[in-house]
Design a protein around this ligand. Structure first.
Ligand code: PLP
Length: 387
């Protein structure tokens, strides 16, 4: 690929930061020792993993011995659910209809095995109702799992209030913080969250490394059983280079958090305002008052998301994301937008733009210039028709 890509799909994945790549390199080449080996060559790797643990803990406001390195956010999510059900002596899970498949798919599997899973609904802005949470969470509940921020809309959920309700009933509280970590300030030392999932590739670390925060004292059984790694909490020889990269990415995220919040919020607002002003029959999906600063989800009525994406790529190599995904020849609309009751014409023409540290104002201007003519053109040939 020689042409420049305008990557505004950072909730899908992010570029590895150059500082992260540099820090990883020695552990992919010369320093390939196993952290569990007793000789100094292994100890170098061991010390590097320990440093990364401190860096990630600092970003979360947690203690290093509360950090378990995993292979991804999905593994962390699956581990949290399985561990709670194994340790709590209860068979009920409470979650939401808007979780990522990394929670929804294991929940479905649990239901098939006879566990009870209750789903909090959302309103038209994607908000949950704490009163419904109070009704569903009871003394039978093993774990409540609610995401900190939604990957499609950027909505932020009231995780501390939910953790308190869970604890009133003796349940554990887990949050999928894959989209929130490194973007919202976190201080888990002063929190009721018991378990929290993070994924490296959403914050400029490589793919294939994640973290499960486990508050000290939280009952736990490992998901992957085998070797003694991660203090017997997650078997498997450590992915040293990626863990080192994760540590550096965490440190960078922490150092830039406030500045990036301000800069990306302004860029996102400019993008949103520019698109809404130039494309009629468009609206933003989500809770505009409680939303991640870098995400906007816009429905362009009467057009089809996948067609917009294709044309965005052809016109200016713009990468964004659509709420619907072509699967086995049929259009499957986003479960998040469907749960919000978004109407049919808006559902299929929804596009998520998600920014990162590497996006520039010039890129945002290009997106603002490129999208509206595409929408106009598609509406002329739209199978949905328009008013
Ligand atoms: N949870 C959320 C909210 C996500 O957005 C994602 C990735 O898109 C995941 C979990 C899964 O993370 P990973 O790709 O590291 O398994």
């Amino acid at each position: 690929m020689t042409d420049k890509v305008i990557y505004v799909d950072n909730n899908a994945t992010t570029a590895v930061a150059p500082e992260v790549f540099e820090a990883m390199k020695p552990f992919l080449t010369d320093l390939y020792g196993n952290p569990s080996s007793p000789y100094p060559f292994g100890d170098v790797a061991n010390k590097a993993v320990a440093k990364a643990r401190e860096q990630v803990a600092a970003l979360l406001g947690a203690m290093p011995n509360e950090i378990i390195f995993t292979s991804c956010g999905s593994e962390s999510d699956n581990t949290a659910l399985a561990s709670a059900l194994a340790t709590q002596g209860r068979r009920k899970v409470v979650t939401t209809v808007v979780e990522h498949p990394a929670i929804l798919a294991p929940c479905k599997h649990l239901e098939e095995q006879g566990y009870v899973v209750k789903y909090l609904r959302v309103d038209s802005k994607g908000r949950i109702d704490l009163d419904e949470a109070r009704e569903l969470i009871d003394d039978e509940t093993a774990i409540v799992s609610v995401m900190w921020a939604n990957n499609e809309t950027g909505n932020i959920y009231p995780v501390e209030a939910l953790a308190r309700i869970a604890h009133e009933h003796g349940a554990l509280f887990h949050t999928d913080a894959v989209q929130a970590t490194g973007k919202l300030p976190m201080n888990l030392a002063d929190s009721e969250i018991d378990l929290l999932s993070v994924s490296g590739h959403k914050l400029h670390a490589p793919k294939g490394v994640g973290v499960l925060f486990r508050r000290l004292g939280t009952p736990f059984v490992p998901f992957l059983k085998g070797g003694h790694q991660e203090r017997m909490q997650r078997a498997g020889t450590e992915n040293v280079a990626s863990i080192v990269g994760f540590g550096v990415a965490a440190e960078l995220a922490q150092a830039n958090l406030q500045d990036e919040d301000t800069r990306l919020r302004a860029l996102r607002d400019k993008l949103e305002a520019g698109l809404l002003a130039n494309a009629p029959d468009a609206h933003v999906n989500g809770d505009l008052e409680h939303r991640m600063p870098h995400t906007t989800n816009i429905s362009f009525k009467y057009v089809e998301g996948e067609s917009i994406l294709l044309r965005l790529w052809n016109a200016a190599h713009i990468c964004a994301s659509s709420g619907s995904a072509c699967s086995s020849g049929s259009l499957e609309a986003s479960h998040v937008l469907r749960a919000m009751g978004v109407d049919y014409q808006s559902l299929h023409g929804s596009i998520r733009f998600s920014l990162s540290r590497y996006n520039t104002e010039e890129e945002v201007d290009t997106v603002i210039r490129t999208v509206p003519p595409i929408i106009r053109e598609l509406r002329e040939i739209s199978p949905f028709g328009h008013e």
